[in-house]
Design a protein around this ligand. Sequence first.
Ligand code: 5GP
Ligand code: MN
Length: 338
Amino acid sequence: MATPIFKNNDIELLRSQVQRADRVVVTCHKAPDGDAVGSSLALFALMRAMGKSVDVITPDMPLKQLMFAPNANLITVNSLNEKLAYSLLQKADMVFCLDFNALHRIDRLADAITDSKAFKVLLDHHIEPENFCDLTLSFPDGSSTCELLYHLIYALGYDKFINREVAQCLYMGMMTDTGNFTFGSDYPDIYIAIADLLRFDIDKERIYNLALNTYSADSLRLRGYALNEKMQIFPEKGVACILISKDELERFHYKKGDLEGLVNKPLCIPEISMSFLFREDPFSGNVKISARSQGERSVEAICRDHFGGGGHLNAAGGEFNGSIGEAWERFAKVLTDL
Ligand code: 5GP
Ligand code: MN
């Protein structure tokens, strides 16, 4: 991607809305990842530097390993404090919706956003955004919402408000959404942005270690178990899958996020170009599916057609209403057609 081109009219509209706004709310998708938390807290720090009253509201708790990010302790979590989140949204003059394209991606926060009379802005890089904001800035070619936000800050002329906190958060999102600058980052502009952010003395090694390379002992043991005892390989199909039951998760004192990223691991095997992780959710009883692929093989189509989900060509997910055994039966049928 080259630098996103924002329309002049959009920038003028946004600037005038920011100027007249006193109270700003920033939200992002559920199960917030590095890009969601990074873009939200970057905009928080920027707006605060501009003298606004600003709050970040997430649908549920961000991944624990991201809570080191500056001001993460100030996030209002909707699933824990729905009343406060609702009242902040009703009092807001402006709401930014970051890193999601559809209201179902924010769970119960969707009603509070819909009820709010604030001027709403969507900034996102997922395909086909729903039309629920007054201004939609959608650039599916962008590596991350953080990279889009970086360019938006410059387009608005707010770069003088970038400080170390803003830079740390923007870096975190660009780094995590590209797998530490592995995928979706084969163009010069992203490194020009990084070079600029490094002027703020950010510690990129520390951000990498905390955001992408931190596991609890339980999580590390569960990952070892999953790869050693649960990974099935179908070499003639180029497919790997891991199915983990509720009981197995409980044995390793599973907490949300403990299996984050594991679905990528089987793709390390040269013959494997599609990987699936099925996890029986200890809370809902349903089976959550995460899928990754390489090249033109589409996990999005499989998740959409068979598991009521979707996502991107190479990274998708879905949900199966039933036990892990029933999910396996469904998947075995899918596998015969691959
Ligand atoms: P993950 O495997 O990291 O949970 O999700 C990868 C991608 O798949 C996400 O970026 C999201 O776009 C998509 N995704 C995950 N779960 C679902 C789901 O249940 N429904 C839909 N439509 N997309 C999903
Ligand atoms: Mn993102």
